[in-house]
Design a protein around this ligand. Structure first.
Ligand code: FES
Length: 117
């Protein structure tokens, strides 16, 4: 996937007496200019998993990169909303320790809101 990698992770959430294992993934864009950008794969409409759009369609309209298979929301390569929803993908602050990157999955940063007229 051009410029973006799908990175799987596992975690265990302990909430009072409930222990919940999580197997999920994030999309990571890493470039020398803007650094590491980590995005949630959950669509901001109803939470379906977004997917990269077919390569031939990417960038054609408003920088399309990701598309939601459920109802067609579209996002650019940094997770900004470009069609059908007004809120971009949640992101995670990279936590770098000894050359490894971690995220706090319980503290996503809400995606920015786009006002369309
Ligand atoms: S859940 Fe993604 S567009 Fe509806």
């Amino acid at each position: 996937m051009e410029g973006v990698k799908k990175v799987h992770y596992q975690a265990v959430i302990q909430d009072a007496w409930v222990t919940k294992p999580i197997n999920s993934f994030v999309y990571v864009k890493n470039d020398t200019k803007s650094g590491v950008h980590i995005m949630s794969p959950s669509c901001t409409h109803l939470g379906c998993e977004i997917e990269p759009a077919p390569e031939a369609e990417r960038g054609a309209v408003n920088g399309l990169f990701f598309r939601c298979p459920c109802h067609g929301a579209e996002f650019d390569i940094k997770g900004n909303a470009v069609k059908a929803v007004s809120q971009g993908l949640d992101t995670f602050e990279p936590i770098i320790i000894h050359n490894s990157v971690y995220i706090d999955i319980l503290s996503p940063i809400k995606g920015s809101i786009v006002n369309r007229v």
